[in-house]
Design a protein around this ligand. Structure first.
Ligand code: NA7
Length: 559
């Protein structure tokens, strides 16, 4: 089924408001469409891309894959979907995740409710009519009672303003906007990679396999833990299938929404050097996020214990990378383990042992300019044929604030969040009635697919509660917003001794952005408990139906 086939495109608004509009057709938007359809709401999903996928549509650079294991990097709402889809690897590559989302969209016949190739630029709440008016890049208006923003936390790419970038004679590539229309071949090319976050760490080993020469420009070294990726054997799939219901239950008890034991069950401070070493060795062999999150329960609160883990990783780097100078450059020396979002690597450090890979530190001497022939750092010009920028995102808030969303008072979300985001439980903001976010700021720092699942259910319950109360209007209370803000600040406070704030988790990667914690570090399980309490109590932190309206005619709700 082609998204450009007119028969598959939803008809324009034609003046009749939708019950709900969802912006974004990635993991969050599709899940939301399913939920809203279940409530009988006439729903339209809008996405700038020509297909479903969201983040997994745009980020198709070589080596792109999940850092979460496939068996929980998927939807849990439908046992049928779970049975019909088989993952091939522990950490699936971008193409497979995009295929999965296409499979879901087709299987649930979602495309008929999605308008592709349409960017929403602005949205304004019409208080009198109790509708949201969304303006698209095509200049038309979409109106809807409920507006769900589902752009996700990594949808606003960030490219630093390097002088001379337009003068480069070779090819410039940007990982979140990787070309869709052609295969790129780096054979015989000299390639520069700028950025060593999760994206750069995935790119380096793959690009360097085919490129003539790869030069990596690193500003901050990170702690990269091995992913230990592998193909999934049938016997593993059978085991995973058997465990599925119990697995989803376990995610609900875990601070990161992982289906593993919720705590390491040990404090580093209680162990001898030998015992710590054994735990670290075993954790390194197992790899994955579990190395970080299941090591020592005091790793994020006790700087000494954090240093024990950091020293262990630095020793690993020195033992893998044969050139001592390169190894030292790769050893993080200015932040603790876990203070930045940890990348998972697949032969990342090993790639620096190839003769065709060089590492350039741009920490003390930054990239000065892009020249027609390459990249200038201080006095040195590095001549290359291709530059790949893997420089990240205006993470967490950027996807939401790049739409000019204006609430009841006329103030925009961007203005409202100028000093840092404020939400109720990451899903709503006062002054913005009938507006909900999937993966909004101040949400749990956890496995996003699991957060999406519970968020969609909760938003559905909130809308249903309004309708049961005979209204089509629900708005967060201002005191609820300040209370949640305080909880978010309190939750991160005990970890600040090791966490610092030099990360996109604190808005630090974007010049001029408020340096405020962007996510909730109190644990997914705690957040889940709170959102469940809120819905079970009938949404006491929200005002239902203050201004206008009877619920729309149920007869016209059929989708
Ligand atoms: P990240 O994690 O924000 O990484 C961006 C990288 O780009 C990081 O190494 C930055 O260095 C580097 N960067 C940014 N600006 C510059 C300049 N001006 N000069 C040199 N280097 C620069 O983004 P990713 O795409 O890798 O990962 C984002 C998330 O996607 C990830 O956490 C996963 O959740 C998936 P810095 O560290 O700021 O010194």
């Amino acid at each position: 089924m082609s998204s450009s086939d007119p028969a598959t495109r939803p008809e324009p608004d034609a003046g009749r408001p939708y019950d709900a509009v969802v912006v974004g057709a990635g993991f969050g938007g599709l899940r939301m469409l399913h939920e809203l359809r279940g409530l009988g709401l006439r729903t339209l999903v809008v996405d700038e891309a020509e297909d479903v996928g969201g983040t997994w549509h745009w980020n198709r650079y070589p080596g792109c894959r999940t850092d979460s294991e496939s068996w929980y990097y998927c939807y849990s709402f439908s046992p049928e979907l779970e049975k019909e889809w088989q993952w091939s690897e522990r950490f699936p590559a971008q193409a497979e995740v995009a295929d999965y989302l296409r499979f879901v969209a087709d299987r649930l016949d979602m495309r008929r409710d999605i308008r592709f190739g349409t960017r929403v630029d602005a949205a304004e709440f019409d208080d009198d009519a109790n509708v949201w008016r969304l303006r698209t890049d095509a200049g038309d208006e979409i109106t809807a009672t409920y507006y769900v923003a589902a752009q996700g936390i990594l949808s606003a790419p960030y490219l630093p303003d390097f002088p001379g970038i337009d003068t480069f004679d070779g090819e410039v590539l940007f990982t979140p906007r990787w070309p869709h229309d052609r295969d790129l071949d780096f054979a015989g090319k000299r390639v520069a990679i700028v950025g060593t976050g999760a994206t750069g760490v995935q790119l380096v080993p793959v690009v360097s396999r085919t490129a003539d020469h790869t030069t990596v420009f690193q500003r901050t070294a990170t702690y990269v833990v091995p992913s230990r990726n592998h193909v999934l054997e049938d016997v593993q799939r059978i085991e995973l299938d058997r465990d599925r219901d119990a697995m989803w239950k376990r995610t609900e008890l875990h601070p990161m929404a992982l289906p593993y034991p919720p705590s390491a069950g040990r404090l580093g401070v209680d162990l001898s050097d030998e015992e710590r070493r054994r735990a670290l060795d075993a954790g390194w062999e197992r790899g994955t996020f579990r190395f970080m999150f299941e090591m020592f329960d005091d790793m994020m609160t006790d700087p000494e214990i954090n240093k024990v883990v950091a020293d262990f990783v630095r020793d690993k780097i020195r033992s893998i990378v044969t050139d001592p100078e390169t190894a030292e450059l790769l050893c993080p020396d200015d932040h603790g383990v876990g203070s930045k979002r940890p990348p998972l690597g697949q032969h990342y450090y090993e790639a620096y042992n190839r003769d065709n890979v060089d590492l350039v530190s741009v920490k003390k001497t930054p990239i000065q300019e892009i020249t027609p022939r390459g990249i200038r750092v201080g006095d040195q010009e590095y001549e290359v044929d291709v530059i790949i920028f893997a420089t990240g995102f205006d993470a967490v808030t950027g996807g939401f604030t790049r739409v000019d969303v204006r609430g009841r008072s006329g103030a925009s979300l961007a203005q409202r969040w100028a000093d840092g985001p404020e939400t109720v439980l990451a899903m709503a903001v006062d002054d913005f009635p009938n507006f909900f976010m999937v993966l909004g700021p101040q949400g749990p720092y956890a496995i996003l697919t699991v957060v999406i699942e519970h968020t969609a259910q909760w938003i559905g319950q909130a809308i249903a509660a309004a309708r049961e109360a005979g209204t089509d209007r629900i708005e967060a209370r201002p005191d609820a917003v300040s209370d949640w803000n305080q909880e978010v600040l309190d939750a991160v406070a005990p970890t600040m001794a090791v966490r610092g704030s030099e990360s996109w988790l604190f808005g630090a990667n974007i010049p001029g952005k408020a340096r405020v914690v962007q996510q909730y570090f109190g644990g997914f399980h705690t957040w889940l408990e709170k959102i469940r309490e809120e819905s079970a109590a009938g949404f006491p932190h929200f005002t239902l139906g203050a201004k206008t309206g009877a619920a729309s005619d149920p007869a016209r709700r059929a989708s």
